[in-house]
Design a protein around this ligand. Structure first.
Ligand code: URA
Length: 209
């Protein structure tokens, strides 16, 4: 079963409250999504493997730890996931960035991939898939399918706000994918919005409506 981590850090919760507020404008919204993504990246990388190397400090030789070079692939789900990319890259600047684009088939309402571009060494990378909102989970499940179809073996999913329905959808379809959330909300409404949520993340990030 997927592990679900709600990152209940005071800084994240404070910033998330401002993000949720409908009076927060595009510029501040975008900046805060970026900051929360950075803070979440700190937590999501907690299990990164380390190795010991020998260095010379100004005082003596010392053994010290460095990341053991595990390669990371960062993949935003278009379009709103783009808002989290730079924030994660601040902490993991060497990550390669792939993209997954999905649209909703108007008849079946199922997400269909229209664009997938990943680093070519997919099997060797640990992937972090990002999308600010985990609502029904349809897009996240399909994006994970897209990564796995191309050989991805290790995937974490990171979002700002999740509905319980979305968490369950990932757990049911991909129980090997751990889920990192800043806020776990109450439910989805009849229009598929997360309640209380923050509205449409893509529109709020890019000032569209
Ligand atoms: N996508 C959004 O941007 N907001 C929601 O509430 C649900 C899905």
């Amino acid at each position: 079963m997927s592990n679900v981590y709600v990152i209940d850090h005071p800084l994240i919760q404070h910033k998330l409250t401002i993000i949720r507020d409908k009076n927060t404008g595009t510029k501040e919204f975008r900046e805060l999504v970026d900051e929360v993504a950075t803070l979440m990246a700190f937590e999501i990388t907690r299990d990164m493997p380390l190795e010991e190397i020998e260095i010379d400090t100004p005082v003596c030789k010392a053994k010290a730890k460095v990341l053991s070079g595990k390669k990371i692939g960062l993949v935003p789900i278009l379009r709103a996931g783009l808002g989290m990319v730079d924030g994660v890259l601040k902490l993991i600047p060497a990550a390669k960035v792939g993209h997954v684009g999905l649209y909703r088939d108007p008849e079946t309402l199922k997400p269909i991939e229209y664009y997938v571009k990943l680093p070519n060494d997919v099997e060797e990378r640990d992937f972090i898939l990002v999308d600010p909102m985990l609502a029904t989970g349809g897009s996240a499940v399909e994006a994970i399918n897209s990564l796995k179809k191309r050989g991805a073996k290790s995937i974490k999913f990171m979002c700002l706000i999740a509905a319980p329905e979305g968490v369950k959808a990932i757990q049911d379809a991909h129980d090997d994918v751990d889920i990192y959330i800043a806020g776990l909300d109450e439910k989805l409404n009849d229009h598929g919005y997360i309640v209380p949520g923050l509205g449409d993340a893509g529109d709020r990030l890019y000032g569209t409506k």
